[in-house]
Design a protein around this ligand. Structure first.
Ligand SMILES: *[C@@H]1O[C@H](CO)[C@@H](O)[C@H](O)[C@H]1NC(C)=O
Ligand SMILES: *[C@@H]1O[C@H](CO)[C@@H](O)[C@H](O)[C@H]1NC(C)=O
Ligand SMILES: *[C@@H]1O[C@H](CO)[C@@H](O)[C@H](O)[C@H]1NC(C)=O
Length: 408
């Protein structure tokens, strides 16, 4: 009996494998979704269903057009890329990983006409065939119902900054959350369903908000929020739901440690409020489970702290001439590795790449900061780096004026 059931199960698994293989070869749900169905969805979202267009398409259509000129001029600029649906921060995620199809310029020289010359053609690659410019949770509910009916897969995109490419997929329907940008400050935020005694200052941000916007809003309200160093990254998506590391995290916690509440549309199409008093399991999952894993978050309320005075140490090393070797990066990281546990315990956090390092600290005095960071400051001075040791007083535009590694 047990043996025959085992065979039965095995046969069923084989049948499923064969069915999936067959489906891949012959068709995709997109091919079975009629124009009428798309038209129906379009009217359900008040016309805000559009076709995905690669950022560089105009340059394939007419290399001398004004539209193409703008694309060439802004091609390497993160802010411009994050503001268009068909632009991703890393262009490999505009490329289909299976077929190699894409619609790209030369990132190192966007003026080059080589990539747009025949026989090269502009192909959609991994960019979604359709996207909804999401303006309310209802749009997301409609998209889930549509996906359930047609089988067309769903993708969630705000800025397109995801390093694992989770904000694009070929032949999909994308939910573009980028225009959910409103923010509000609540001096005593009580998570829905919780007792009044659970109140704390909170800042609520829509799913399209980027860190640069959130920092400006926080400073205007004299509060500190813990966020990332790249001001183009989204607050609520992969950064927050995936953990949320920031320069202040060693002292003030990760992004996920500071979430007070999420509003999220789960795949059954229901808008839910998840916090420590209701849907606790979902609240737990959304604090580390990864962007878009358990639903589409439409807004999050994060803990707001008083403004703090920060000590900052910034090193900018001269770049070696092209084609020459330099040990700067290796030697700088040696200094870091030898000191990093102590620095973390003393309250430092930051970001470094090959030729820059930016550290901030909300705990120390200027004198303590100089002593604590002496190994790095000495190393920088010996290696002819520009060394900036400074204080950002509380109440000044600290986070918005702090450089990011990519801006140095
Ligand atoms: C590309 O062309 C524009 C307009 O002609 C020019 O301003 C820009 O400097 C060029 N960029 C490069 C990298 O050559
Ligand atoms: C944004 O505005 C909408 C409509 O007024 C509201 O429902 C939503 O809660 C607001 N979101 C935030 C983050 O303030
Ligand atoms: C801003 O907050 C700080 C506390 O962090 C307080 O000392 C200061 O008076 C506040 N400034 C304004 C303008 O409210």
């Amino acid at each position: 009996m047990a043996a025959s059931r085992g065979i039965f199960v095995a046969l069923n698994v084989l049948a499923v494998v064969e069915a999936v293989r067959g489906a891949q070869l012959t068709s995709h749900p997109l091919q079975h979704t009629s124009d009428a169905l798309w038209a129906g969805l379009r009217s359900e979202v008040q016309g805000r269903l559009y076709e995905g267009v690669p950022m560089a398409k105009s340059c394939f259509d007419g290399p001398d057009s004004e539209e193409c000129r703008v694309v060439r001029a802004t091609y390497g600029d993160e802010t411009s890329r994050s503001d268009v649906f068909g632009g991703y921060i890393n262009t490999q995620w505009e490329t289909c990983q299976v077929t190699g199809e894409q619609c790209l310029l030369d990132y190192t020289n966007p003026n080059s006409t080589l990539p747009t010359s025949p026989p090269n053609k502009c192909r959609l690659g991994s960019i979604s065939k359709y996207y909804i410019d999401v303006r309310s949770p209802k749009d997301i509910t409609k998209a889930f119902k549509f996906s359930e009916k047609t089988g067309v897969p769903i993708v969630v995109k705000n800025t397109g900054h995801d390093y694992k490419g989770r904000s694009s997929a070929p032949s999909s329907l994308a939910l573009w959350t980028h225009n959910l940008k409103n923010m509000s400050y609540h001096p005593s935020f009580v998570p829905s369903g919780c007792a009044r005694t659970k109140s704390s200052p909170g800042m609520t941000v829509g799913a399209g908000t980027q860190w640069g916007e959130a920092y400006a809003f926080a400073e205007a309200h004299n509060i500190t929020v813990v966020g990332g160093s790249d001001k183009n990254v989204g607050v609520v998506g992969g950064w927050l739901q995936g953990g949320g590391h920031g320069a202040l995290s060693n002292v003030m916690g990760l992004g996920v440690d500071r979430v007070l509440e999420y509003k999220v549309v789960t795949p059954d199409g229901v808008l839910r409020t998840a916090n420590m008093c209701q849907h606790q399991d979902l609240f737990f999952a959304l604090r580390g489970g990864g962007g878009g894993t358990f639903g589409v978050v439409t807004e999050a309320t994060i803990l707001a702290s008083p403004q703090v005075t920060l000590q900052a140490v910034i090193l900018i090393f001269p770049r070696p001439p092209t084609g020459t070797q330099s040990n700067i990066t290796r030697d700088m990281f040696t200094v870091m590795v030898n000191n990093t546990v102590r620095w973390a315990e003393e309250g430092w956090g930051g970001i470094a790449n090959g030729f820059t390092a930016i550290y901030i600290n909300p705990l120390l005095s200027p004198e303590q900061a100089a002593v604590s960071m002496k190994p790095l400051i000495d190393f920088g001075n010996n290696a002819s780096a520009r060394v900036i040791v400074t204080e950002f007083p509380a109440g000044e535009r600290t986070l918005t004026s702090l450089p990011t590694a990519s801006s140095l």
